[in-house]
Design a binder for this molecule. Structure first.
Ligand SMILES: [Zn+2]
Length: 121
């Protein structure tokens, strides 16, 4: 991979990292608000239905939270691979991952063959 492409992909990954970190911060802020609202509702027994939906929303938030954290970890790993000089190399078979695959998916850590094999399992 040429340096120019790697620099471009690194910039993309860094922008994505920033976006995801902002999203995690936002989810955490909303999570705290939802929690304090829900505990406030515990004082009113006739608001059980509302309480139920608050719990449901909280569970949705947690799923979203996990997805974002997972995406964040994947982006961090890709940046670490750039720093380590192993970026663009398949982690399973050590083949070079094609530039076009990396351009489409800068976080790719497997070549298309290994990825297909993994998904086929
Ligand atoms: Zn491979």
């Amino acid at each position: 991979m040429d340096n120019e492409l790697q620099a471009r992909l690194r910039a993309q990954l860094e922008a994505e990292l920033e976006r995801l970190e902002a999203e995690v911060a936002e989810i955490e802020r909303e999570g705290h608000e939802a929690l304090s609202e829900a505990s406030g509702e515990n004082n009113y027994r006739d608001h059980m239905a509302d309480q139920g939906s608050a719990t449901f929303e909280r569970e949705l938030d947690m799923t979203l939270d996990e997805n974002v954290r997972e995406a964040l970890a994947v982006v961090r790993k890709a940046l670490a691979r750039i720093d380590a000089g192993t970026y663009g190399t398949c982690e399973r078979c050590s083949q070079t991952i094609s530039d076009s695959r990396l351009e489409a998916m800068p976080t790719a850590n497997l070549c298309i063959t290994c990825k297909a094999a993994e998904e086929g399992r």
